[in-house]
Design a binder for this molecule. Structure first.
Ligand SMILES: NC(=O)c1ccc[n+]([C@@H]2O[C@H](COP(=O)([O-])OP(=O)(O)OC[C@H]3O[C@@H](n4cnc5c(N)ncnc54)[C@H](O)[C@@H]3O)[C@@H](O)[C@H]2O)c1
Length: 330
């Protein structure tokens, strides 16, 4: 696989290529930032580098304190604007380290090597970097596309089943937004086809709207309640799993009950749980909703799936939103 996506407004492009073996990842990092678990499992086969920083994966580590630690390491390594930071990890380590790389000297060269399925199908492309603030997801961030993304399916061999499920759930979201065929790839566990198909959908959308002023918002399908479910669960429900729970909810919000049922059935056939755990109450979810970044003066923008490959943006004022959510949560 070799794909290239250009982002005309910022005059940047991302080249995505795949290698079958870890040894074939041919990058020359000035700093290598690695998820600690990936280091433990694959460290001896990762590209050599004199400045290696290990970061624990997981939502709890995606903090401003971790960014400061990375900046200090970048200072020690004397990274310049033309230096290259290579990040090998899942979506949390990539979001965090890409944030640090995007702000160090106002932006150094960046290569992402996604090591989870979720990061391969989604988080590695499109330039969003982020940290969580005070337990709320992705409150601070930049838009800074990596110049290279290297996909190596060998990483998937060591991924715990719950993380594979998170990736399948995020790929299911992409199927609903832009390519129903991805469901068939996922049913066959054919990730070699699913990953480029997902990246093609995401790449098409983000190339046209990097700054998320229009069509890119569609990629947030399932995220409005998904982020709240993650936060209310204390991040015991993973990102992909929470987003999958949010997808049929969004269809119900749009008044499309039969499509919501179809989505639940297809998700179930992929082993994805769409029922929200009973411990996640609407009262708690509503407390988190206001940190959603799609909130405007007129209300919140919901991404509502009408049919396969057909999602719409709907603005709901707080009163209508609460009433609809009460109906769905019964
Ligand atoms: N930037 C974006 O556009 C974007 C898009 C979607 C999601 N995200 C973000 O991605 C994050 C979720 O990413 P994730 O699902 O990859 O989770 P993650 O980064 O927390 O990784 C999940 C777990 O898998 C471990 N791990 C990583 N690679 C492994 C491997 N090859 N073998 C064994 N274990 C491995 C990690 O240590 C961690 O414990 C969320 O913070 C979400 O907000 C960002």
């Amino acid at each position: 696989m070799s794909l290239e996506f250009t982002f005309p407004r910022v005059d940047v492009s991302t080249v995505v290529y795949s290698v079958s073996r870890l040894e074939d990842i041919s990058v020359s990092p000035d700093m290598l930032v690695v998820d600690s678990e990936v280091m433990r499992l694959h460290g001896n086969r990762l590209p050599l580098c004199s400045h290696v920083v290990e970061i624990p994966g997981g939502e709890a580590g995606k903090t401003p304190a971790a960014v400061e630690k990375l900046w200090l390491e970048m200072s020690r390594a004397k990274l310049r604007r033309d230096s290259r930071v290579v990040v090998a990890g899942g979506g949390t380590v990539c979001d965090l380290a890409a944030f640090a790389a995007s702000t160090w000297k106002r932006g150094v060269n960046l290569t992402l090597v996604p090591t989870t399925l979720l990061c391969m199908v989604d988080a590695s492309l499109g330039g969003k970097t982020a940290v969580n603030i005070a337990g709320e997801k992705n409150q601070a961030g930049t838009v800074y596309p990596a110049s290279e993304v290297v996909i190596c399916p060998e990483f998937l061999k060591t991924l715990p089943p719950v993380e594979t499920a998170n990736g399948i759930a995020e790929a299911f979201k992409t199927a609903v937004i832009g390519d129903r065929q991805i469901v068939d790839f996922l049913k066959r566990k054919d990730y070699l086809q699913a990953v480029p198909a997902c990246l093609a959908v995401k790449g098409r959308i983000v190339s046209a709207d990097l700054e998320e002023t229009g069509e890119r918002r569609l990629l947030n399908l399932g995220h409005t309640t998904g982020h709240c479910i993650e936060a209310v669960s204390g991040f015991t429900v993973g990102h992909g799993a929470a987003v999958a729970m949010g997808i049929p909810i969004a269809a119900e919000i749009g008044g499309n009950h039969s499509f919501a049922e179809e989505l639940r059935e297809v998700a179930g056939s992929l082993g994805i749980e769409t029922a929200v755990p009973s411990s996640i109450t609407l009262k708690e979810v509503l407390k988190h909703l206001d940190s959603d970044k799609k909130t405007t003066g007129r209300g919140r923008i919901w991404i509502v799936p009408r049919a396969w490959e057909n999602c719409e943006q709907v603005v709901l004022d707080p009163d209508s939103e609460r009433k609809l959510l009460e109906k769905v949560w019964q």
